[in-house]
Design a protein around this ligand. Structure first.
Ligand code: KIV
Ligand code: ZN
Length: 501
């Protein structure tokens, strides 16, 4: 009989904390529903005290989702727990995730406290949360750098106080795989009552060891893993859900099963990448564009003779179905709608479907094949519908040995504005022209053009950071014309800082 491993997805909490990855509530619901059909056991839906947006998202996700437990994060503080309880009122299954730092540096510098007081605060938080919900998870922040003896005392105290799950985060991604294995084993062997709770892993990837550490935690006895889609998360990210799910599928002899329907992995990965404007690195395990691409002659020859020569996973097992990816100018509205639904975007409003379809036809005229990424981008494109500043037109003259010239037209709250400028390249000229209309002290801090994947007619994606009035704003633009995509990304930033004014 195989053992069951619970999958706790924190894409919408630890993942969404990443600057530039913020989603609105509608987008979070879209992701949550896909996580449900993927088969995750727990969705960490947010940190409700942190903002009204997070509070509202936990409410709406709780209403939208049926099977997974909905979890809300708190500090070991009564007010946080009160707000979390309130946000979970519609959840069919609910969990509070409370905790405190336990490493010496957290205790001394973050809390100016001592070990005994930290145990008291941890126990008080768990007891308080248990008054409202039956399922309380405790996290010992920076457990990776907490000495095992003290960590065991904390864990024993919180389990006695009623914690149903104990989370052992390697918050800084510091642990070596063997060290993390020993940590979990130590807790299994030294904590009285540990069998009354589930041990959970929560590993960060600062040194590229998140997946190895998580797997070792499981081998040492952890029965819940905290993961994110595409491994997104603070700094170098969290453990990737898809990597853990596929490791366990490929290594069946480990006898550890999850509830994950692995054929949904690829569509969910694309959806999260597209909504969060977070490209997946091409060589990313399981979901990267090159994960199943054999380019060397020796490999191709082997794969043609027998696919098992070089492939340990069937691409279909992760939902990669080559035949279904390509849409062309001849594809109908229904095909587009179906493809969107496979990718997790259910558009019920027929006018909206029409808008997306018209944009799809325009794009299909410009390029032969419209990919999943393209149509996800088109479906998200009407996020700009509420923008008060829109790009009306852009014309650029550029070339070798001449100074670039740009003329730009903007629509600002239904009023038309025009300007022209020269610059050191087409993007520079276009942004200088834009700045003649939007006369603000703003500075471009980061400018990333996502690699063109399929050909010279592909949609180029631009991510930008612009500093204005002491804050950084993130913008995104996508277009087959990379200069237009750049200007759209800049305008996306400006629309955001206008919202805050
Ligand atoms: O990395 C971490 O320690 C966390 C906790 C808040 C669970 O994300
Ligand atoms: Zn974390």
């Amino acid at each position: 009989m195989s053992e069951r491993l619970f999958i706790f997805d924190t894409t919408l909490r630890d993942g969404e904390q990443v600057p530039g990855c913020q989603l609105n509530t509608v987008e979070k619901i879209q992701v949550a529903k896909q996580l449900e059909s993927l088969g995750v056991d727990v969705i960490e839906a947010g940190f409700p005290i942190s903002s009204p947006g997070d509070f509202n998202s936990v409410i709406e996700i709780s209403k939208a989702v049926t099977w997974p437990t909905i979890c809300a994060l708190t500090r070991a503080v009564q007010k946080d727990i009160d707000v979390a309880v309130d946000s979970l009122k519609y959840a069919k299954r609910k969990r509070i995730h409370t905790g405190i730092g336990t490493s010496d540096s957290h205790i001394k510098y973050k809390f100016n406290s001592n070990r005994e007081e930290i145990i008291e605060r941890a126990v008080a938080a768990v007891k308080y949360a248990r008054k409202y919900v039956d399922d309380v998870e405790f996290y010992a922040e920076d457990a990776g750098r907490t000495d095992n003896e003290y960590l065991a005392r904390v864990v024993e105290a919180v389990v006695k106080a009623g914690a149903t799950v104990v989370n052992i985060p390697d918050t800084t991604g510091y642990c070596l795989p063997q060290e993390y294995y020993e940590k979990i084993k130590y807790l299994k062997e030294h904590v009285d009552g540990i069998d009354n709770a589930i041990i959970s892993t929560h590993c960060h990837n600062d040194l590229g060891m998140a997946t190895a550490n998580t797997l070792n935690g499981v081998l040492a006895g952890a029965r819940q893993v905290e993961v994110t889609i595409n491994g997104i998360g603070e700094r170098a990210g969290n453990t990737s859900l898809e990597e853990i799910a596929m490791i366990l599928k490929c290594h069946k002899y480990l006898n550890i099963d999850t509830n994950i329907n692995t054929t949904k992995i690829y569509p969910v990965s694309r959806l999260v990448s597209s909504l969060m404007n977070m490209p997946v690195q091409p060589n990313k395990a399981v979901v990267g564009r090159n994960a199943f691409a054999h380019s060397s002659g020796i490999h191709q020859d082997g794969v043609l003779k027998n696919v098992k020569t070089y492939e340990i996973m069937d691409p279909k097992d992760v939902g990669l179905d080559e035949n279904s990816i390509v849409l062309t100018a001849r594809s109908g509205r229904a095909a587009l709608k179906y493809r969107l639904s496979v990718l997790g975007v259910n558009v019920d409003d027929e006018d909206k479907v029409d808008n997306i379809y018209q944009a799809f036809l325009r794009l299909a005229d410009q390029k032969k094949e419209v990919t999943d990424d393209d149509i996800l981008m088109l479906a998200g494109a009407d996020r700009t519908a509420s923008h008060s500043i829109k790009l009306d037109y852009l014309q650029v003259t550029t070339g070798k040995g001449v100074r670039s010239v740009a003329s730009i037209g903007l629509d600002i709250s239904n009023q038309k504005f025009e300007a022209a400028a020269t610059g050191n390249g087409p993007v520079d000229a276009a942004i200088k022209a834009l700045k003649k209309i939007i006369m603000k002290q703003m500075t471009l801090k980061e400018f990333t053009i996502q690699a063109i994947s399929k050909g010279s007619d592909d949609v180029g994606k631009v991510h930008m950071q612009v500093e204005y009035d002491g804050s950084l704003y993130y913008g995104f633009g996508a277009n087959t014309d990379i200069v237009t995509a750049s200007v759209e990304a800049y305008i996306d930033c400006i629309n955001k800082f206008r919202i805050r004014e």
